[in-house]
Design a protein around this ligand. Structure first.
Ligand code: AGP
Length: 369
């Protein structure tokens, strides 16, 4: 086992650090920004169904559901196709409206999640075309899909999903770019710009991993906290959900992820000097709004840990702690901004003596309802 961990103390840490490579592996042979090449070999015969879709339904659970939420923003922005993101477990039990030819994208690391599989089968029985995005080759979900794309992240052993998440985002972004390009819903210029940006993600993730020591220091300060709030807007809202899920599942600290603007509709009541609030506040189209949200938390004495874009001069004046990640296009920022959150949950859990790779009550793949 020590050999399999490759010198790391836990599989989770190894998998976090593998991300520059796993994201690059996911793009290998599929994307070449200098030639404009973008081909997903697993999506051919039904590619026109995606392009012609009137709506896309994405189904998943847990972290894969968070990847679907990011993809919703990306598909709607680039492809101008409405996307509905569904928890597989809710979708399958509520008699959903599915029409012949509807497009469903099912996302799963393991490819064996019972609820996701059952939701796909239900949609398929009603005539939907199913695209699978999964990590395990030959898994049940891959077999039930009409077509799909593998994430090629390599085996993920830690129960907390890390590299599978960033690989899912990579694949979903490539699918969206391909659809948008073929549909003509984005300009040639934007298409090329995003290909270049996507190709640069592995090196930006590499840079974010250098923040590890800083995250260790912050983890040490907050390791005894009983609650955490994670807030983000736009593309970073699902990142807030993912940061909170990572912390709960491995450190057993209660954490909630929220869209920052929803704070005023309830969670703001929780804020006092005891409450650490993690803001994912990178430079994007909702930057000014999130700055106001940070001010609101500081006015109530909350302790702010902010993930910001390198070079930000405003937020460091307000936040108690800042973690600077490299700049990236806002649609791709989740892959970069999630890295310090994965590290934060990991270090806090280790400091609390938790079993990081096999947290209590959880299984790597949930094959029961
Ligand atoms: C993630 O850290 C979790 N352990 C869990 O939420 C997981 O993402 C979920 O069970 C879905 O699994 P899947 O991607 O294999 O379908």
């Amino acid at each position: 086992e020590a050999i399999e961990k490759g010198g790391y103390e836990h599989f989770m840490l190894k998998e976090i650090f593998e991300q520059p490579k796993s994201i690059a592996d996911c793009m290998r042979g599929r994307l070449n920004a200098s030639t404009g090449h973008l081909v997903l070999g697993g999506i051919r015969e039904y590619a026109n169904k995606l392009e012609g879709a009137e709506r896309i339904i994405m189904i998943a659970c847990g972290t894969s559901w968070h990847a679907a939420l990011v993809a919703e923003y990306i598909f709607e922005e680039l492809c101008r196709i409405p996307v509905e993101v569904e928890y597989a477990s809710e979708f399958r039990y509520r008699n959903p409206v599915i029409n012949e030819g509807d497009v469903v994208v099912a996302i799963s690391q393991s490819g064996e999640t019972a609820d996701t599989l059952a939701a796909m089968e239900l949609a398929k029985s009603k005539g939907a075309i199913i695209f699978g995005v999964c990590n395990v080759v030959g898994s049940s979900i891959a077999r039930v899909s009409h077509e799909g794309a593998y994430t090629h992240a390599g085996p993920e052993i830690g129960v907390a999903s890390t590299k599978a998440f960033t690989a899912q985002l990579t694949v979903l972004t490539m699918i969206a770019l391909r659809v948008a390009h073929r549909k003509g819903s984005i300009t040639e210029r934007k298409y090329h710009e995003l290909l270049v940006e996507l190709e640069q993600i592995p090196s930006k993730v590499e840079e974010s991993l250098k923040l590890n020591d800083k995250v260790v220091e912050i983890s040490d300060i907050f390791k005894e906290a009983r609650n955490f709030l994670y807030l983000g807007r736009g593309y970073n809202f699902p990142v807030a959900l993912e940061g909170a899920l990572k912390l709960k599942e491995i450190s057993y600290i209660h954490a909630e992820g929220y869209p920052a603007a929803e704070m005023k509709h309830g969670p703001i009541a929780l804020i006092d000097e005891e409450m650490p609030v993690v803001f994912i506040a990178t430079r994007d189209s909702s930057y000014d709004k999130i700055v106001s949200n940070i001010q609101e938390v500081k006015a109530r004495k909350g302790r702010v840990i902010a993930i910001v874009t390198k070079g930000d001069v405003l937020i460091p004046k307000m936040a108690d702690f800042v973690i600077e990640v490299p700049a990236a296009h806002e649609a791709l920022m989740p892959m970069v901004a999630v890295i310090p959150l994965q590290l934060l949950s990991y270090h806090i859990a280790v400091m609390r003596g938790c079993n990081v790779d096999q947290p209590r009550n959880l299984a790597k793949s949930v094959t029961v309802e």
